[in-house]
Design a protein around this ligand. Structure first.
Ligand code: ADE
Length: 230
């Protein structure tokens, strides 16, 4: 079973429209839509924004819906001058950028006492998502690389530069690493698929509303095409 998580209603609304809904269940104030998307058994859910909502949602998908693959879809702020609004980023791994136990000598982002610094995406899913996007969205750049998540909308060049220096990540958002972390603990596969809505700098508040819809369209198109190939 495939679980698809978007943080905001706008990010999952079109996916829900395109699916054949068989059952809707309410758990932890979230609505889980089980049914078929492109003939694939899926559960689609809006987690709400931020790492806690995302982790709770992912664990419910695993425990109650027996999901063995998680896709996190949505939008993100670019952390690379080459990565433009509308481009797609597929995660190779994810880090919680606001985890900071550096007072004890851990690098920023390291969850203390865990055996990994970053939470990896599934190799096969990365490859498939990249291939599918290059085929269905040939005019849109596909990037693969690290995604960082934190409970923070990044809208300043200073914060952006710090994230680039610390993590060398491609983009930043607010849920992906929490979902990848949950997948890691449960030993299931996952990938984060994000379309860029802004540059995570001082223009982010202006760009975000203007490009949110376009970015969501790109990510929805990829998630549907990917589900069809899985
Ligand atoms: N989602 C989209 N843009 C973002 C940004 N700049 N920071 C955090 N999450 C985002």
């Amino acid at each position: 079973m495939l679980g698809i998580i978007g943080a905001m209603e706008e990010e999952v609304a079109e996916l829900k429209r395109r699916m054949e809904i068989e059952e809707v269940s309410e758990v932890a104030s979230m609505s889980f839509y089980r049914g078929k998307l492109e003939d694939k058994e899926v559960v689609i859910v809006r987690s709400g924004i931020g790492k806690v909502n995302a982790a709770v949602c992912a664990q419910i998908l695993i425990d109650r819906f027996h999901v063995d693959t998680l896709i996190n879809t949505g939008i993100a702020g670019s952390l690379d001058a080459q990565i433009d609004i509308g481009d797609m980023v597929i995660s190779t791994d994810a880090v919680e950028h606001d985890m900071d136990a550096s007072a004890f000598g851990d690098p920023v982002g390291q969850v203390p006492q865990m055996d990994t610094f970053s939470f990896p995406a599934d190799e096969k899913l990365i490859k498939l998502a990249k291939e599918v996007n290059e085929r269905i969205n040939p005019d849109i750049h596909t990037w693969t690389g690290r995604i960082v998540s934190g409970d923070q909308f990044v809208a300043s060049s200073q914060v952006k530069e710090r994230l680039i220096a610390l993590f060398g990540a491609k983009c930043t958002e607010m849920e992906g690493a929490a979902i990848a972390h949950t997948a890691y603990l449960n030993k299931i596969s996952c990938v984060i698929i994000r379309a860029i809505s802004d540059k995570a700098d001082n223009s982010a508040e202006m760009d975000y509303p203007a490009f949110e819809e376009l970015a969501i369209r790109h990510s929805v198109r990829l998630v549907c095409a990917l589900a069809a190939e899985m």
